[in-house]
Design a protein around this ligand. Structure first.
Ligand SMILES: NC(=O)c1ccc[n+]([C@@H]2O[C@H](COP(=O)([O-])OP(=O)(O)OC[C@H]3O[C@@H](n4cnc5c(N)ncnc54)[C@H](OP(=O)(O)O)[C@@H]3O)[C@@H](O)[C@H]2O)c1
Length: 275
């Protein structure tokens, strides 16, 4: 498990250990996935059946400035994971993002057939990573996910709850739309994909889509806070990186492949916070 201290990595470690797997968990403090020699040494000694790469440079704003670091983690790292997995006969799983897309003007979710055209450095480095991963992996599994939330503080839902504390009103963009996705949803479906022996590129998000504003209203209802949520344009929030306005994806291909119904994002959200 690479990127094991991140939001998604932590959920994988918890899930696999709870299911009795022997998990070797590493994060940047112990291994940099851009360092091929170090990664090869680790894989040689750990002898994994599969390698799940959750490591990434995820700071969208910072990626505009720290392009080299973003590329190392998001492009060179996945290439190494793919190459080294193939060398040692381990299955490889990697994650990308809806930010490989430029944003649509009409509200129809992106499918795997749509051409990516990233508009910021984060998206560009992630797209390069997708290509290098798929080229070098043998039967690699690549999932594009969006708006992840799970345990931890680096997600919109956690931040929204913090921002709302002690405020009577909060402005949230109503023209930035994608699919909120829990880490639990991702982990359980990736486990199903590994069992089914799938390979290739899949979008992995619940069904439906939401603006940040709609998501904030739902979170407000779940947690019962009083703060008013006010719809504003995303242009109100200064940003160095350009962001797509509508980048929702459809996971129809994935759910057809594993023969399951895809739950709606509202059901996934309520299930996650019902715990
Ligand atoms: N979060 C989202 O909303 C979102 C949306 C779309 C796609 N994704 C994708 O989903 C995957 C998981 O995201 P996440 O939210 O779990 O990310 P995260 O919480 O930022 O976790 C990533 C982890 O990787 C570590 N890392 C960074 N560079 C590394 C390197 N070179 N070598 C080894 N470890 C490194 C990070 O350490 P530091 O924290 O110390 O840098 C962090 O612990 C990523 O591929 C991400 O691009 C996420």
């Amino acid at each position: 498990m690479l990127g094991s201290k991140g939001q998604l990595g932590k959920e994988f470690v918890r899930f696999f250990r709870a299911n009795g797997a022997n998990v070797v968990a590493r994060d940047i403090n112990r291994i940099d996935i851009a360092d091929a020699d170090a990664l090869r040494k680790l894989v040689r000694s750990a002898k994994p059946n599969f390698i799940v790469n959750c490591a990434a440079y995820n700071q969208v704003e910072q990626a505009e400035i720290n392009t080299v670091a973003a590329r190392q983690a998001n492009a060179i790292g996945p290439m190494n994971v793919a190459t080294i997995s193939a060398e040692f006969g381990a299955a490889a799983v990697h994650f990308s993002t809806d930010y490989v897309f430029s944003g649509k003007f009409f509200y129809e979710p992106y499918t795997e057939e749509d051409s990516p055209q990233p508009i910021n450095m984060y998206g560009k480095t992630k797209l390069e990573g997708e290509k290098l991963f798929l080229k070098n992996a043998e039967n690699g599994l690549l999932f594009r996910v969006s708006w992840l939330y799970g345990k931890g503080e680096q997600n919109f839902i956690y931040k929204l709850r913090q921002w709302a504390k002690g405020k009577s009103a909060l402005s949230v963009s109503n023209d930035e739309t994608s699919v909120p996705t829990s880490t639990k949803f991702v982990v359980e479906n990736v486990a199903a994909a590994l069992q089914s022996g799938l390979s290739g590129l899949y979008h992995l998000v619940p069904s439906g889509f939401a603006s940040r504003f709609e998501l904030a209203l739902e979170v407000r209802e779940i947690f019962g806070f009083e703060t008013d949520i006010l719809p504003v344009s995303m242009d109100k929030f200064p940003s160095v990186a350009k962001r797509p306005k509508f980048s929702a994806m459809s996971a129809a291909k994935f759910f057809k492949a594993i023969g399951k119904e895809n739950p709606h994002w509202r059901a996934v959200l309520r299930d996650y916070f019902a715990k």
